[in-house]
Design a binder for this molecule. Structure first.
Ligand code: SF4
Length: 336
């Protein structure tokens, strides 16, 4: 484990048995580390396994294989008091703020519940003050405490979900598509709120999303996920400047550039076909059925996860120094 890593995920797999020997390989061998205070983004299409990865990391799902190490301790081996203490340290914000809030509870009850379970702020007055403070921290106010979730807009409901996640004073937050159910106009506000809270409270984030354009604003590093596998990982700025994997290049080329001249001139890389089923994933490279640069080796050999340049990892034969991949890539892209 790297000496600064707060969380280390090692070859994590989460498979679901569907009976009759059918196995859904939602997460199929994912590894990464997250340093204290940073935001690591996981991005990929819906169905790529990113949410399952988040839920397995926090322990909502048991893992099939691999390890999740938090502050040196194996999350899936924790029991009793150790597990209970870990729940305070790592919290989750969910995608659908409406579904994740009990419609019959007031905001005060929703935020209070985790504190009651963990025996925090036993004095009722102090707990209420804490709830008011949390509401203010997320841009709401104390008058909101006695209202019900349906009385709020989508953005406000997500703020309540964030206040609930913060109620135990966690160190680490897994934000599972926290903005994708919100109007575009509200998405940036919630992202800015999360950035603000991170700065003030020293939080570490795993930010899961399908939209690369928003992930870039919050993440220090990004991992790109495809069909249960990480295919590329590097610093956020580098991923945008120098994407290596054909899948990342296709995702980036779908983002509009707010300059009409550049937008008119640039070439798009359109992804063809659907994401294959994780029940029967392709052999060799998982991206081969949609990759415009697939070559013979891609049909049968799974590309290794390798460091193509400093702190820039990719799983693609094009970057394997032992094959003619780079040459073929350069030819295909017209690079001399
Ligand atoms: Fe495309 Fe082959 Fe690279 Fe997979 S390994 S992304 S199929 S070139």
């Amino acid at each position: 484990m790297g000496k600064d890593a707060l969380l280390e995920v090692k070859n994590l797999k989460k498979h679901f048995s569907l009976g009759k020997e059918r196995i859904l390989k939602a997460v199929d061998g994912v590894s990464f580390q997250i340093k204290k205070g940073e935001t690591f983004g996981i991005v990929g299409e819906s169905g790529c396994g990113k949410s399952t990865a988040g839920r397995t990391i926090i322990g909502l799902y048991d893992r099939t294989e691999g390890e999740v190490i938090y502050e040196g301790e194996n999350v899936h081996k924790m029991t009793g008091k150790e597990r209970f203490a870990f729940q305070r340290k790592m919290q989750m914000i969910f995608q659908d703020p409406y579904a994740s809030l009990n419609p019959r509870s007031t905001v005060r009850e929703i935020i209070s519940e985790p504190m009651e379970v963990h025996g925090l702020y036993p004095d009722k007055k102090e707990r209420l003050e804490r709830i008011y403070q949390l509401l203010e921290d997320v841009g709401l106010n104390r008058d909101h405490a006695n209202r019900y979730p349906h009385e709020f807009s989508g953005g406000q409901r997500q703020r309540i979900g964030i206040a609930r996640a913060l109620s135990l004073d966690p160190e680490f937050i897994i934000a599972d598509e926290p903005i994708s159910a919100l109007d575009v106009s509200v998405q940036a506000q919630v992202v800015n709120l999360l950035k603000d809270l991170q700065r003030k409270k020293g939080l570490t984030f795993l930010f899961i999303a399908h939209d690369l354009s928003m992930v870039k604003h919050i993440s220090d590093r990004i991992g790109v996920m495809y069909l249960g596998n990480l295919v590329e990982q590097t610093a956020s700025t580098n991923l945008y400047k120098n994407p290596l994997h054909p899948y990342t290049q296709a995702l980036l080329s779908a983002i509009p550039i707010p300059d009409p001249d550049v937008e008119d001139r640039r070439e798009r890389m359109i992804l063809k076909g659907e994401l294959p089923s994780p029940i029967n994933p392709p052999s060799g490279c998982v991206f081969k059925t949609r990759c415009p640069l697939a070559m013979d080796a891609c049909q049968t050999v799974k590309p290794e996860w390798q460091e193509a340049e400093a702190d820039h990892f990719v799983a693609c034969h094009l970057y394997n120094k032992d094959t003619d991949g780079r040459q073929k890539y350069s030819q295909a892209m017209g690079i001399k």
